[in-house]
Ligand binder design. Structure first.
Ligand SMILES: C[S@@+](CC[C@H](N)C(=O)[O-])C[C@H]1O[C@@H](n2cnc3c(N)ncnc32)[C@H](O)[C@@H]1O
Length: 253
């Protein structure tokens, strides 16, 4: 008899297959209001966290870069512009930025928002990337991995598609580093965010899920341990906004 793999949907324990369907539903419902909601919920701070992530990835001419769970393309656009800037300064071939997301609605909303010449868009699952081994110089996943039913499998897939020495970056909500900040952040996220989701996106439940999924996600050290277990070297992280968000980084070894 096969055993169901367990996962979480917010604070509920569900099997992994059910989580995939539930999370897909969340992002289908929020796709059209996704960018506006990000600005409202983070007071614009998500733009700075994403700028810092793209700068840290430091895309180079000729590189192949995967933006996994790329949604409406915020990270890919930043990477494309940085790669073009580097190419103007030093020459070399175009970089290729491949955005993959398993939700066609998010991809569609992103394409409507606008693309860059270096970007390609596709539908694909972080747990089974439609890509060959060792094809990418860098892989980034921003606010995506906590939605994936099996985080360890997504990390193994990232490792598989990276060339030896390839850079891995994961931007994700994490644990505030002080008790005072944790309390303030808890109050804000459980009271204010679902209310904004209800008022602006007409969908309180989806934003309640997003807040709960943040609490269920491994903290900075626990995620670094998962990275090491998946085959990443020099696994470390940089806290942003007092640990509300962390940028995890490592190398495929
Ligand atoms: C919060 S959005 C982040 C989008 C974008 N990276 C950004 O930072 O704006 C999370 C995205 O993860 C995608 N996602 C969730 N599970 C996925 C999976 N297993 N494979 C690929 N994408 C997934 C969702 O469809 C959604 O677009």
């Amino acid at each position: 008899m096969s055993e169901q793999r367990q996962s979480s949907f917010g604070f509920r324990d569900v099997d992994a297959t059910e989580k995939v369907a539930l999370v897909r539903g969340v992002f289908e419902r929020v796709a059209s209001r996704y960018d506006l909601m990000n600005d409202l919920m983070s007071a614009g701070a998500h733009r700075l966290w994403k700028d810092a992530t793209a700068a840290r990835l430091n895309p180079q001419p000729g590189e192949t870069i995967i933006d996994c769970a790329g949604g409406t393309g915020d990270i890919s656009r930043r990477l494309a512009r940085l790669a073009r800037g580097a190419q103007k300064r030093r020459g070399g071939p175009d970089a290729k930025i491949l955005l993959l997301d398993y939700n066609a609605e998010m991809v569609k909303a992103g394409i409507e928002k606008g693309s860059e010449p270096e970007m390609a868009w596709g539908v694909g699952d972080a747990m089974a990337l439609p890509l060959p081994d060792a094809c990418a110089d860098a892989y980034v996943i921003a606010f995506g991995i906590r939605n994936v039913a099996d985080v360890d499998q997504a990390l193994r897939e990232a490792r598989r598609v990276l060339k030896p020495g390839g850079r891995f970056l994961c931007l994700e909500f994490s644990r505030p580093i002080t008790e005072a900040l944790r309390k303030a952040y808890d109050a804000y996220s459980f009271k204010v965010i679902p209310a904004i989701g209800g008022a602006v996106a007409g969908d309180r439940d989806s934003y309640q899920y997003l807040v709960e999924s943040i609490r269920r996600f491994p903290d900075q050290e626990a995620f670094a341990a998962k990275m090491r277990a998946a085959g990443f070297g020099k696994a470390g992280y940089t806290n942003f906004s007092g640990g509300v968000v962390a940028l995890h980084h490592g190398w495929a070894v």
